[in-house]
Design a protein around this ligand. Structure first.
Ligand SMILES: [Zn+2]
Ligand SMILES: [Zn+2]
Length: 507
């Protein structure tokens, strides 16, 4: 492991207690977790953690997190690089909330600081300094952060998100963005500004999914949440790829490889906390995104609820990333897994944006506009994604069974005819509708009238043989750059309808 010089601990009659660790990490230390104890005396009102390290032209990237007696407390936020030095800082204060930190009392006892060596390519000198404040003396940084928060409109009192309360009672299609970052991790907008933007853009729901922190949740319930339903979310950003925990009731450990904590255990934890797990941007094409590409081994895909098959199309334009992600999805569907495709803007930067909020939109058919029902709708697969046009896709069988996206259409005999009903609204003239069967396009039509198209297509070979399974999906494309943000002209895409034999005696 990285060599660590003896820890220095200064206690002064005045000013903070200071803990200081210095050391060096080598390339062999990359992708691990190193912990350093910290003794927090009673009466502590503020803890400031600062990690400086030699980034050597971005060859080294380190992170830092703080655990108190009860568990996760804060994750450091990367600061501007100064010369050859990268900086990560975290503040925990009983008097004000700080970005990336869980607010509340500072419990005395042994805490743990942890450095994650996200990437170490060259020898990496580091210094980890913690200042512990008691009494009423405020540091200059604290004063600066207090005035900054006052400029932002005063402190938000932490409030519990009422996850059961529906914002609207009726069933229907609701639209939102399932992947957005705030200032709590590496986004540039405050939670409140993101919520305001979501209301302006007429989103019904918004999941703020900061990297490995759930601290945005403390700020979700405001007067804005009367207009747009906030969903709890965390982007679990691991060394083996990224995944969103959506609709969870608490923090989820993302530290794969720590002890015997593996990817399936992490996903099970998400489910235990009432949420769903979505693999984010599984393929990154030509994007230089390092760990972001999904590369976890031995994944039990029966546990995976969703895959983000349409991530930030403006940003990934020209990289082929989303096309590769959809092929990954198709492979899993063809293996018999029923995994819901979802979209996400992955918005970090809004102004002049390459990742605008709500591009793409994910539409979910839910029994009500509540966290529980939106999550249930995604889990079921009652979902389509779009940058504008809407696709309503249903199927029926000769014997009268009906199904919508995400559902199974049960057949009573192998050769029973299946009818597929596609209704398109708000599509640009000339856009192309494709019906995809088991990953292969089997029908193509052009939208030629008033942005509407209604197709009924029959397939008498939906199931050709005993044991065969089939899925159908609809995609909408344009050749006009005016309408489609991504490189393949995709305007909208549905989830599959699955065709299967009805249980019981077969014909
Ligand atoms: Zn990501
Ligand atoms: Zn993200």
């Amino acid at each position: 492991m990285g060599a660590v010089l003896p820890m220095a601990h200064r206690m002064r009659a005045q000013g903070p207690h200071v803990y200081q660790y210095r050391g060096i990490f080598h390339a062999s230390d990359s992708g691990k977790y190193f912990s350093y104890p910290l003794s927090i005396p009673s009466g502590t009102r503020r803890v400031e953690v600062s990690l400086a390290y030699a980034h050597n032209s971005n060859n080294n990237v380190l992170g830092v997190q703080v655990f108190d007696r009860n568990g996760f407390r804060a994750r450091g936020r990367a600061q501007k690089v100064k010369g050859n030095w990268g900086h990560v800082e975290s503040v925990i204060d009983t008097g004000c909330r700080s970005r990336g930190a869980v607010s509340g009392e500072i419990a005395p006892g042994i805490w743990t600081l942890e450095i994650d060596t996200y990437c170490v390519k060259n020898d990496c000198i580091f210094e980890l300094v913690t200042e512990i404040y008691q009494g009423a003396t405020a540091s200059s940084r604290q004063q600066a952060s207090a005035s900054e928060q006052q400029r932002a409109g005063g402190f938000q009192a932490p409030s519990r998100l009422d996850m059961q309360r529906p914002l609207r009672q009726r069933s229907g299609w609701y639209r939102g963005d399932l992947h957005v970052h705030s200032e709590e991790s590496d986004g540039i907008l405050e939670v409140r500004d993101l919520m305001r933007l979501a209301v302006i853009r007429e989103l019904d729901f918004l999941a703020i999914t900061d990297h490995n922190v759930h601290t945005a949740w403390e700020q979700l319930t405001t007067e804005l949440s009367e207009f747009c339903l906030p969903l709890t979310g965390i982007e679990l950003s691991t060394y083996q790829g990224h995944g969103n925990a959506l609709g969870v009731r608490g923090w989820v450990d993302w530290r794969l490889g720590l002890g015997d904590y593996g990817v399936n255990e992490m996903i099970r934890r998400v489910r235990e906390l009432g949420g769903i797990f979505s693999i984010n941007h599984p393929r990154t094409g030509k994007l230089p995104t390092g760990h972001a590409c999904w590369r976890a081994d031995d994944v039990d895909y029966n546990l995976v609820d969703a895959i983000e098959v349409w991530n930030a199309p403006v940003f990934s334009n020209g990289t082929g990333a989303n096309q590769e992600s959809r092929r990954f999805w198709d492979q899993l569907l063809n293996q018999g897994y029923r995994i819901t495709g979802i979209g996400g803007s992955d918005a970090h930067y809004i102004d002049g944006s390459r990742q605008p909020l709500g591009v793409p939109l994910t539409y979910v058919y839910a029994l009500a506009l509540s966290q529980a029902e939106i999550i249930a709708g995604i889990r079921k697969g009652s979902v389509f994604m779009t940058v504008g046009p809407k696709i309503y896709f249903t199927a029926s069988s000769q014997s009268g069974a009906k199904a919508m996206v995400g559902e199974s259409l049960p057949l009573s005999q192998f050769r029973e005819q299946v009818w597929l009903h596609i209704n398109i609204k708000d599509a640009p003239l000339g856009s192309e509708v494709r019906l995809v069967k088991n990953g292969v396009s089997c029908l193509s039509e052009r939208v030629s009238h008033a942005g509407l198209l209604s197709i009924a297509w029959s397939d008498d070979e939906a199931l050709g043989a005993a044991g065969s399974k089939t899925w159908y999906r609809v995609e909408l494309y344009t050749s006009s750059k005016e309408f489609a943000p991504g490189d393949d002209g995709l305007l909208a895409i549905t989830n599959p309808i699955y065709v299967d034999m009805a249980p019981g005696p077969t014909a």
